[in-house]
Write a protein that binds this ligand. Sequence first.
Ligand code: 5GP
Ligand code: ZN
Length: 111
Amino acid sequence: MATDCIFCKLANNEIPTNLIYEDDNVVAFNDLAPQAPTHFLVIPKKHYSSLNEISSQEEFGNIFSVVPKICAKLGIKEYRTVINTGASAGQTVFHIHVHVMAGREFGWPAG
Ligand code: 5GP
Ligand code: ZN
């Protein structure tokens, strides 16, 4: 756990949050500043600052395989998934997270 990392604190319940999903490896919670009617984040409990730090298929699988499960639970069939890697790509929190957004039309290419 990175002591100054807000998402580590959320994942370890040091900052109380309404989790929409939790298992041994990951948690999911609604984004503080939603960019769509549904906008939640999936993060590993273990700290990785970005996708560049993930080399294990297992860890990658952990954060992605829960996305369709959570969406099914929420009754969502169409959604946008995004991982921003690095500041120029829009990453602002340096603990890897998968954005899952739904409930509106999304443009392409992403801005
Ligand atoms: P990034 O820009 O790094 O891809 O995404 C970071 C996301 O985390 C943003 O969408 C931002 O709204 C969200 N966020 C930042 N701090 C918090 C927080 O304390 N709680 C929650 N729920 N979301 C946060
Ligand atoms: Zn962290």
